[in-house]
Design a protein around this ligand. Sequence first.
Ligand SMILES: Cc1cc2nc3c(=O)[nH]c(=O)nc-3n(C[C@H](O)[C@H](O)[C@H](O)COP(=O)(O)OP(=O)(O)OC[C@H]3O[C@@H](n4cnc5c(N)ncnc54)[C@H](O)[C@@H]3O)c2cc1C
Ligand code: FES
Length: 282
Amino acid sequence: MTAPMLPRRYRVTENCRENADTRTLSLAPVDEPLPRFASGQFTMVYVFGVGEIPLSVSGSPLVRDQTLVHTVRAVGAVSAALCRAEPGTVIGVRGPFGTSWDVGRSRGRDLLFIAGGIGLAPLRPALLEALASRRDYGLVSVVAGAKTPPEHLFGVEDECWRANGVAVLRTVDRRQTDPCTGLPRPWTGSTGLVTEVLPRVRLRPGRTTAYLCGPEAMMTHTGAALIRLGLRPEDIELSLERNMRCGAGLCGHCQLGPDFVCLDGPVTTYDHAEPLLAVPEL
Ligand SMILES: Cc1cc2nc3c(=O)[nH]c(=O)nc-3n(C[C@H](O)[C@H](O)[C@H](O)COP(=O)(O)OP(=O)(O)OC[C@H]3O[C@@H](n4cnc5c(N)ncnc54)[C@H](O)[C@@H]3O)c2cc1C
Ligand code: FES
């Protein structure tokens, strides 16, 4: 067994409800902590007796107390077990793995974060990193899409983001109807796909770097829409997902064409990813 395959023990210190199926877990090291992570990287999180899954880090890369933060949506056995994990539960964590958002390279430029659903979690570290040196960046915008209003993540942070000069635009595929009155429930955000609300974002294409994370179809359509609005493909970064086992380039489970997503990704540029994603079943 090589070192990247050995999980370190972490203890759940907080389990915060984000919405009906999503929790944010804070983890404190029991053993020697893992090396520092960069925004966009992921870890392999092991629930003893259940299994192991890849999860992007959703906390700030700048924290000094060695806490790891992950936001997880319950879709199956391991993710559901994590969502149920009470404070005090000990789990295993390996990593950090993979490539990162290149926020540092974009100093002096405008930043546009575009998320679909749980995709806001892997983007959050990059946003927090930029906000920590806000004056180094121009316009900073967040466009977050979700199916319905309660599915939006980190809504309580909007006020703080706005106070730091972030333009936050939240949108839903559909509003919810009140079962008693039959009327639409109050919603102050937009309605429509992220691609439909993009024209409402103040965009300076030549000086903007865009960061996308969400379902694959959302990222390919959003990337194409940004290019139509004048962004260069190499100024669009996105985070890919593939089935993973080792997370460390050893098993080949995450292969996408010539890439191992755990090594060459998850973060890559649109010009690199788009031709690969265009091949069905690759
Ligand atoms: C690099 C990377 C980062 C990730 N970051 C996060 C994160 O921050 N938060 C989070 O909630 N999830 C994240 N995921 C997805 C997460 O790993 C899967 O939801 C998890 O593996 C599901 O495992 P399970 O045992 O709970 O469910 P399973 O029983 O394995 O799967 C349940 C259902 O989910 C589907 N599914 C499984 N894996 C994926 C996947 N990768 N993408 C889409 N559908 C899938 C299956 O087809 C099945 O229908 C990430 C995945 C990758 C590759
Ligand atoms: S998950 Fe094993 S090589 Fe990528």
